[in-house]
Design a protein around this ligand. Structure first.
Ligand code: C2E
Ligand code: CA
Ligand code: CA
Ligand code: CA
Length: 277
């Protein structure tokens, strides 16, 4: 038993070392990523259940690091948040997403909003609302074609401040979504005070939805709740036709997931829009 304990301790230690090494590695490479133009946006369409057409595109960040290859956000967003680097990265994402959306419009493609993920740290910055305005002005994109995805946990800290900033953004014409809905702690009494356009049901609920009665009931309730808040409902992570069928039956407005398309390059997303014109 004593030996087992020691082995276990060694195991944990080496795992911790590996984690620290990974973090240090990512942190180091992140420092130069922006100036070296290593970031690129991919886009995942969401589909309107009623028309079958593209209803919007979510910008998802990818990092093309020469030594590490294509790095997915789960590997670096957390580190970028901890170090604060997410602020400048997020600013780049905002500008780049607006620029791309405007370029599609200028090419005569169907006009759909582009959705940008906003991290808590970025949103809390004093100049955030101004920064959004700057990205719209610089790109020439109309505000109504920009959506900001805010997570539940972001919205539940400093609620009054968040509501004020959201009202500011709304007044400017920007659309607002609550992302990963159901995974954080939303207070229902606050929820009604946020000026939300979309509620995105987290994919964990969609995944478990058809396994048992509670799973389906939860999703049905989320759709009802979202509608009573005046939101359009987007289901995330839709992978099967059965899921699509249930969601449509329950009145879900839009679906996003591998069933329709994986996130694709800007060029491929343009082709999706072209096919949809
Ligand atoms: P998210 O905002 O919830 O984005 C959806 C994630 O689900 C994406 O992962 C997407 O590829 C994945 N996904 C979409 N459909 C399916 C499906 O049918 N099945 C499965 N299994 N997965 C699906 P991705 O691109 O790896 O992004 C992960 C997270 O990283 C995002 O989750 C978001 O929280 C964060 N993120 C991505 N881009 C940005 C960004 O520009 N800024 C910030 N702050 N966070 C970002
Ligand atoms: Ca999102
Ligand atoms: Ca999400
Ligand atoms: Ca998520």
């Amino acid at each position: 038993a004593k030996d087992g304990g020691r082995n276990q301790l060694q195991f944990y230690t080496s795992e911790m070392n590996a984690r620290v090494t990974e973090r240090t590695l990512i942190e180091g490479h992140l420092r130069n990523a922006l100036v070296r133009h290593e970031f690129v946006l991919h886009f995942q369409p969401r589909i309107d259940c009623a028309t079958g057409r593209v209803a919007g595109l979510e910008a998802l960040l990818r990092w093309q690091q020469p030594e590490l290859g294509l790095v997915q956000p789960d590997r670096f967003i957390g580190v970028a948040e901890e170090t604060g680097r997410i602020v400048e990265i997020g600013e780049w994402v905002l500008y780049e997403a607006c620029r791309q959306a405007k370029a599609w419009q200028d090419a005569g493609l169907p006009r759909v909003p582009v959705a940008v993920n906003v991290s808590a740290r970025q949103f809390r910055q004093a100049g955030f609302v101004q920064e959004v305005r700057g990205a719209l002005e610089a790109s020439g994109l109309e505000a109504g074609y920009l959506e900001l995805e805010l997570t539940e946990s972001l919205m539940m800290q400093n609620v009054e401040g968040v509501i004020a900033a959201m009202l500011h953004l709304k007044a400017g014409g920007v659309r607002l979504s609550i992302d990963d809905f159901g995974t954080g702690y939303s207070s229902l009494s606050y929820l009604r005070r946020f000026p939300l356009d979309y509620l995105k049901i987290d994919r964990s609920f969609v995944r478990d939805m058809l396994h048992d009665a509670p799973g389906s009931a939860i999703v049905r309730s989320m759709i009802t709740l979202g509608h009573s808040l005046g939101c359009r409902i987007i289901a995330e992570g839709v992978e099967t036709n059965d899921q699509l069928g249930y969601l449509t039956q329950e009145g879900c407005d839009e679906i996003q997931g591998f069933l329709c398309s994986r996130p694709v390059t800007g060029e491929a997303a343009g082709e999706l829009l072209y096919a949809d014109r």
